[in-house]
Design a binder for this molecule. Structure first.
Ligand code: AMP
Ligand code: GLY
Length: 430
């Protein structure tokens, strides 16, 4: 099969790396890809994966490429092309594609939509209200004593969520989002949730419109600095599994969340084929869903796919064709840890073009894979080209061993200004 992967981050490198191991794949492209993706080769015939210079959001060009090259199956990584309707477009042209359609992508592109859906179908979530009116939003925040989280409705590059400790902060947050339009039209409506205390984890489930198959648990580290200090980022590292839910508790959570989710989708005429990634807070009153994403997490994908033993292409094809009930997901018992190495200054301003050394030495370490995100080629060199640069991922007998291996690999890699957390997976061991 000829495969096209859309996207350019660490998530897409992990997808490409895993798909390249499938005996079904005879040719693979990635649009636009990165320097690490361009180094991958197919297990079937040794052919290199080819990066093509088409942006993930340039839907007409991606479609034309898939038609010209007679691509058999396209796999979409990022949220933006999904929200723009890339899946609907390909299907209109009779092309096979994996990812959620535009209607299903609303679970991520509209927090108001998700919140109302969760309430309607009894999915456990925070006490919340949705508002288009400033005064009503402030009155609701007051009923929570201002201890709340104010969220812009639309996509805001992960920045449209403001955590408030008192009413003055809540009113400032409402004004910033709804009046000051800090996130543009994304803030015309807001969701206000009660502030929930607990341990936050990531769940992933592969869905085919009827069946949902839950993954093991993982945990991201969103803040830039150790001990969850500093600014919010796209994610500075992950590990899987987490010790916070055992098998029975994960199965119970899946029943509590995925059964009403799939039932609600059918009732609302939403054909949910793709990945569902709920952000979950484990509170003393049980798990509560904070938000839904409609795609693989980044860097959750890096730890999941290093543990996945099943053929990813077969699973994604089953998700797209509605035959997932015939498939099981098989996971390695090993633990996986991914440490993100970012450019100095990220998530603020940062320089690009820094020479990266030590990649071969890190990759030569057993059970270790360096996934690229913001990297590009400069002649024979690989240089930085983005905020998150690498996802250094290692497997181990347990989390402690995986963590030690991931950091041993990180210590072999150098670029000027490299910035990473030293405490990825530490919460699981304390
Ligand atoms: P979201 O994009 O909705 O997941 O929010 C971004 C981050 O804000 C989450 O990863 C949580 O760390 C935090 N957060 C969101 N909602 C809540 C809540 N109701 N209570 C506490 N923290 C929250
Ligand atoms: N791990 C954070 C995200 O993918 O949104």
């Amino acid at each position: 099969m000829k495969i096209l992967v859309i996207g350019s981050g660490g998530r897409e490198h992990a997808l490409v790396w895993k798909l390249a191991q499938s005996p079904h794949v005879t040719q693979m492209w990635c649009a636009p890809g990165n320097a690490g993706i361009a180094q991958e080769r197919l297990a079937q015939n040794g052919a290199p994966v080819e990066c093509v210079q088409i942006g993930a959001e340039d839907l007409p060009k991606v479609l034309a490429f898939a038609q010209t090259q007679k691509v058999d199956f396209t796999i979409v990584g990022p949220d933006n092309p999904l929200a723009l309707g890339i899946v609907d477009l390909f299907q209109q042209h009779g092309l096979k594609i994996w990812g959620v359609n535009r209607k299903a992508a609303q679970f991520e592109s509209s927090k108001v939509f998700s919140q109302k859906f969760m309430e309607k179908y009894g999915i456990p979530t925070a006490a919340a209200g949705t508002f288009a009116d400033v005064a009503a939003a402030k009155r609701f925040a007051a009923t929570l004593d201002g201890k709340c989280v104010v969220k812009a409705n639309g996509l805001a590059l992960g920045k449209g969520v403001l955590i408030c400790a008192n009413q003055a902060e809540a009113e400032r947050a409402v004004d910033e989002i709804m009046v000051g339009k800090a996130f543009g039209v994304a803030g015309a409506n807001v969701v206000i949730q009660e502030f929930l205390d607990g341990i936050e984890i990531s769940l992933h489930a592969l869905c085919d419109g009827v069946t949902a198959r839950i993954f093991p648990t993982s945990q991201d580290h969103k803040r830039a600095l150790d001990a969850d200090q500093g600014l919010n980022t796209g994610g500075m590292g992950t590990y899987s599994p987490t010790p916070f839910l055992d098998g029975a508790q994960l199965a119970a959570t899946a029943r509590l969340v995925l059964e009403p989710f799939m039932r609600g989708c059918v009732a609302e005429g939403i054909d949910y084929r793709g990945l569902l990634y709920p952000g979950v807070m484990l509170t003393k009153n049980g798990p509560k869903i904070l938000e839904f994403n409609a795609r693989f997490g980044d860097p959750e994908t890096q730890v999941y796919l290093t543990r996945l033993e099943s053929d990813l292409l077969e699973l994604l094809a089953a998700s797209a064709s509605g035959t997932l009930s015939q498939h099981e997901l098989k996971w390695s018992p090993l633990a996986s840890v991914c440490v993100v190495m970012a450019s100095g200054g990220y998530p603020g301003n940062y320089a690009k073009g820094k020479l990266i050394s030590g990649l071969d030495a890190a990759n030569a370490q057993p059970y270790t894979k360096v996934f690229h995100a913001g990297t590009t080629r400069a002649g024979d060199d690989i240089v930085t080209s983005g905020g998150r640069v690498l996802g250094v991922t290692a497997l181990g007998q347990d989390l402690r061993a995986a963590q030690a291996a991931a950091y041993a690999a990180v210590d072999k890699i150098y670029f000027e200004g490299a910035h990473f957390r030293r405490d990825i997976a530490a919460k699981a061991m304390s």
